[in-house]
Design a protein around this ligand. Structure first.
Ligand SMILES: [Zn+2]
Length: 278
């Protein structure tokens, strides 16, 4: 198929020994290029995956064109040498013929190379543009999430409201009714059980300011590839050991079947939809 577009070159081709086959004809070549592109420009979503596949196909064709040009040039030179060895009276005509065949094939190869190069660059531009916009969106979402809670009081108000909204069933009786006892800073269920705001959450028994927890959860949810050090910086956690523990607890919670409850329903707030399908 693609080879046919380069058929003009086969005029100058001798029978190709198997070990001299162009890379595209080796089954693994396109896959290898694809793999390198995936590593260089990690794709997300169907459009980026499609662009990467198209880029890999284009790069493979580009390699083939380059090899075809080289083969035409080499074969042209061989042809001239052969004519020199068997010089006859009309050798000048045959020189011309060899030169014409050779340059026509090379010209055609160069045209193909230019075409594939233009297409490759256009596809790459499109991919980079898409990825830049995706990263910018994510950055804006994270900034927005981090700015959503500005101090511990706002976090506490959110957690109290979460109780009133009935999102934290009592761990003894399962009821969602009850009252907030401000003096004791706890929620008292109808059954009499009292629970702190962080009971049954990823932050239970933690002494860390609520704002640090909220921001750390926002970072892990919105930008999961963030390192512990970056997460600590963005969430204001000073001790590296604490940052590491917080990071691990949040990531463990994400693997838990009850992630939304453990993350204090902040997935609803930061992602717009809860992680759990309840
Ligand atoms: Zn209860």
């Amino acid at each position: 198929m693609e080879l046919n577009t380069l058929n003009g070159l086969s005029v100058c081709h001798p029978r190709t020994p198997t070990d001299k086959l162009p890379p595209l004809l080796r089954a693994d070549r396109q896959a290898t290029i694809h793999e390198s592109l995936v590593q260089a420009y990690p794709p997300q979503g169907p459009i980026e995956h499609l662009l990467i596949r198209q880029l890999a196909g284009c790069a493979a064709l580009l390699e083939l064109s380059d090899q075809a040009i080289l083969a035409a040039q080499q074969q042209g030179a061989l042809e001239v040498l052969r004519l020199l060895d068997n010089a006859t009276s009309d050798h000048e005509t045959r020189y011309l013929l060899a030169g014409t065949l050779n340059s026509a094939a090379v010209d055609r190869g160069i045209t193909q190379t230019q075409k594939h190069t233009r297409r490759f660059m256009a596809l790459l531009d499109r991919l980079l543009d898409l990825q830049a916009r995706r990263r910018a969106d994510k950055g804006a979402r994270l900034d927005e999430a981090i700015a959503r809670f500005r101090n511990d009081q706002q976090c506490r108000d959110y957690l109290i409201q979460r109780r009133f909204d009935g999102r934290c069933p009592c761990s003894s009786c399962g009821s969602i009714g009850g009252a907030w006892i401000d003096t004791r800073r706890c929620w008292q269920c109808r059954c009499g059980r009292q629970a702190g705001l962080l009971a049954d959450t990823v932050a239970a028994r933690s002494q860390l300011p609520l704002l640090c927890w909220f921001r750390a959860i926002a970072v892990v949810l919105i930008r999961p590839t963030t390192t512990t050090a970056e997460m600590a910086k963005l969430s204001g956690i000073e001790r590296p050991a604490t940052a590491s523990d917080v990071n691990k607890r949040i990531r463990d919670a994400l693997l838990h079947g009850d992630a939304t409850r453990l993350l204090m329903d902040l997935d609803r707030v930061f992602l717009g939809t809860p992680l759990d399908s309840d």
